[in-house]
Design a protein around this ligand. Structure first.
Ligand code: UD1
Length: 426
């Protein structure tokens, strides 16, 4: 099983190309089930989760053509074509490995009028139910049964437009319902919908496919159903979590990096915190420039929230920065329970953190010491690499398959900026 070795203490200098967003690519790929014409994507990240989604879609009868063997950061291309009638069964074996595969439910129900999809698995970060996806589809007239770990959904006369108010914001449920609504009969209004950039990206692609979508980026999305959708070409949005992760890497290690192919607006909630920490961060014509001189970063509190608030997917990385900051910070996790699994590993490296419920108090330390640590989920694993950049000596991150789900060639990207980082394959 691969491990990553980081030797800390090197400042970063260079350019890091930012890949297409995993969390945009996965729902975009599921949207291919809505049409029999082909959907072609560029800027597709070469990630395990993307390959896995392609595998699930091909099991549903979608033909997948991809070109992913491109230089780091250039972005692959993928063409998906769901000709004929897609299969309507997504089995436990396929869905359990990745929660986002549940996103096939809405499009299948809309196009095939029935779907049997296993309840999902995914990262071990709390219960992560799918009740909002199901309630929304029921509001659109779907008949839903749960049996043997499967969701059996039917809409024999097609889905009907409806108004659905989310009791709490859900990115995945908003995406599932948006896709379902494109082919429903009449108007669907989603109230308290998610506003994440990945939602806007999906909505733009659906519009390019002939859907009638308005209100993207606001908390009320309105979709007028159409009879059918057609093919489209779409460029996947840059990955804001990868962007934020490398911005934090530069703040931790010091030095100056340019993040190319991305935008400052995508990490709006992180920017003021980095500036407070003493890191310079500005937009450039190509992306973002991040630099920090010598001296310790300064501590600042944060709480995670739905977009445009601070993303839960950057919480672990921000904690790695606070662990070496000057001062004490309070980090509150409001989106997922059980999302502090990186804490015991950071403690092994000499961090001073205490956790009470959803709140972590981090007392910054001048020095961390490298240690063997274990990745527990996608975002936790990258925070250990970031901490390793600041630690004295060697940090070995085990179980990096979590990392490969969401970060494309991290060792190549950081290594090209002078970090001492290597993948060990034995
Ligand atoms: C997506 C992202 C993930 C990110 C998360 C929050 C993808 C592929 N994944 O996950 O990286 O961390 O948004 O920004 O885009 N909930 C319910 N019932 C539901 C659905 C969700 O209670 O039916 C709860 C969840 O348990 C969680 C909260 O709502 O506490 C937010 O989850 P949601 O926004 O749905 O996250 P995902 O779409 O799974």
């Amino acid at each position: 099983m691969d491990r990553i070795r980081v030797r800390g203490g090197r400042r970063l200098k260079g350019t890091i190309p930012i890949s297409g967003a995993k969390n945009a690519a996965l729902p975009l790929m599921a949207a291919c089930l809505l049409t029999e014409e082909s959907l072609r994507f560029t800027n597709v990240p070469g990630l395990a989760d993307v390959m896995y989604m392609a595998e699930i879609l091909s099991q549903l009868g979608v033909s997948v053509t991809r070109r992913m063997d491109v230089p780091v950061g250039q972005g692959g291309t993928m063409e998906l074509k769901a000709r004929g009638r897609p299969q309507s069964l997504a089995t436990y074996d396929t869905v359990r490995k990745m929660r986002a595969s549940f996103l096939v439910l809405g499009p299948l129900l809309a196009r095939v009028r029935e779907a049997t999809v296993s309840l999902p698995g995914g990262c071990a970060i709390g219960a992560r139910p799918v009740d909002l996806h199901l309630k929304g589809l029921e509001a659109m007239g779907a008949e839903i049964e749960l049996a043997g770990g499967y969701v059996l959904a039917r809409a024999p006369d097609g889905l009907k437009g409806a108004e659905f108010a989310f009791p709490s914001v859900s990115v995945g449920a908003t995406e599932n319902l948006m896709m379902a609504a494109t082919l429903a009969n009449g108007r669907t209004t989603l109230v308290n919908a998610a506003r994440e950039p990945e939602i806007v990206d999906l909505g733009n692609c659906l519009s390019a496919m002939g859907a009638n979508v308005s209100g993207l980026g606001t908390s009320t999305i309105v979709i007028e159903g159409v009879k059918e959708l057609h093919g489209a070409v779409h460029r996947v949005l840059p990955d804001r979590i990868e962007t934020g992760t490398y911005a934090i890497a530069a703040a931790i290690a010091g030095g100056e990096v340019e993040l190319s192919g991305t935008e400052l607006d995508l990490i709006g909630a992180l920017v003021p915190l980095l500036r407070k920490s003493g890191t310079e961060i500005d937009a450039t014509p190509n992306g973002i420039r991040v630099s920090r001189g010598t001296g310790r970063p300064r501590a600042a509190d944060v709480r995670t929230e739905p977009f445009p608030g601070f993303p839960t997917d950057l919480q672990a990385q921000y904690m790695a920065l606070m662990v070496v900051a000057d001062g004490t910070s309070v980090i509150q996790e409001n989106i997922f329970e059980n999302r502090f699994m990186h804490v015991p590993e950071l403690l092994r490296m000499g961090a001073d953190i205490s956790v009470h419920g959803d709140t972590a108090t981090v007392r910054g330390r001048e020095k961390l010491k490298g240690a063997p640590v274990m990745a527990t989920d996608l975002r936790a694993s990258v925070s250990l690499i970031l901490a390793g950049l600041a630690a004295e000596g060697e940090t070995i991150v085990n179980r990096v398959y979590h990392l490969d789900r969401g970060f494309e060639r991290i060792e190549a990207k950081l290594g090209a900026c002078g970090a001492d980082i290597e993948r060990l394959t034995t």
